[in-house]
Design a protein around this ligand. Sequence first.
Ligand code: ARG
Length: 463
Amino acid sequence: MSNRMWGGRFASGPAEIMEEINASIGFDKRLAPQDIRGSLAHVAMLGAAGILPAEDVAAIEAGLKSVRDEIEAGTFVFRRELEDIHMSVESRLTEIVGPGAGRLHTARSRNDQVATDMKLWVRDTLDALDGQAAELQRALAEKALAHAGTVMPGFTHLQSAQPVTFGHHCLAYVEMLARDRGRFRDARARLNECPLGAAALAGTSFPIDRHATAAALGFDRPTANSLDSVADRDFALEALSAASICAVHLSRFAEELVVWTSAQFNFVRLSDGYTTGSSIMPQKRNPDAAELVRAKAGRIVGALMGLLMVMKGLPLAYSKDMQEDKEGTFDALQALSLCLAAMTGMVKDLEPVTEVLARAAGSGFSTATDLADWLVRELGMPFRQAHHVTGRLVGVAAGKGVGLEALTLAEMQEAEPRITEAVYAVLGVENSVASRISYGGTAPDNVRTQAHGWIARLDGESR
Ligand code: ARG
């Protein structure tokens, strides 16, 4: 049988394999709510503009609502020969209201329809991701407040660098998430123009009111160029790139959790809720959730790369290639949603092992910079020279197998005779972090102020 929607000039139906490669219903059925919303806005506008008589509009509206009910109830039967969600809805609508249903497609095409549906879906999803990222920020800010003074080693090159606080580390991720949220919002603001009414590519000869449909669907305005309207998938690319950057942030944090929960580090504990056992090694507690968050960045970035490759070189306007935007976008944004939820759960769940962190914070000569700064501040030594003197003292301590604070004053004075007892105060980890009071520094007071600031900002947003 030839296709009922477009089969006028076709004598026979598609080959089996043609149907298989062509059909998108298997994955675009998830656009049903958006598709029906778009159709309701379109048909109302057709009525208001006098393009369709009121009784057709009323019948189509009632029909669309019963299709929506059937889909929500799970009784709707999706059939591959109907190709995609747009034709599936229209076909069922025709069964319900009769041939008058065919008037719904006046002054539109599946090309503007699918662009509208996808934009609505991406927009809703960006809003949801923004909310989830805010929840993760809150969990991190609360953890930061609880551990504003918990010392831990700060790393560069994964080598002990300078002591920091656990709260400061948590707030670093709050900042990253703030930028991620900014990108979600930017992408949302830029996508918020309505393609509906661009029709196939050239616009339509019917006196439609695109401003009305744009407003009804919550868009700021209609898109200005009909070719661009149906050819544009920037909104999906932008959402995927914002999602990719966010996923990379979560992946870095996940990697830290994997390292920190290892027996060798033992920096943090995750409860049974966020670890799994091994089927052979009874002692194991594996951080599988963190590992999966780390891994999912791969498929999310992959979806971005995939869609960029689909779009490159496509001539204007619509090509069926663009149907390939869906699976990757759905999958990636859903994966990010799961990652955000899992990270929020883990952050709430995790407990830093404060004794281990404190011990590690003091190892690796982590207060060497404090010593050099002391020489500069107290003795007026140029920093380069202070760096050199400190380096010699680190060498002496390393040779004895002790920390800097265990060197005697005599040993210190051998490297620099003007050093006094007072130097020992800066060699302690607590003093080190407390001294980092520069704006954005790790001092516990700074961390407390910033954590409070974030919690207040998040409270303000949710009001
Ligand atoms: N299923 C199609 C897609 O997702 C809808 C648009 C089809 N348009 C067309 N001219 N074949 O892109």
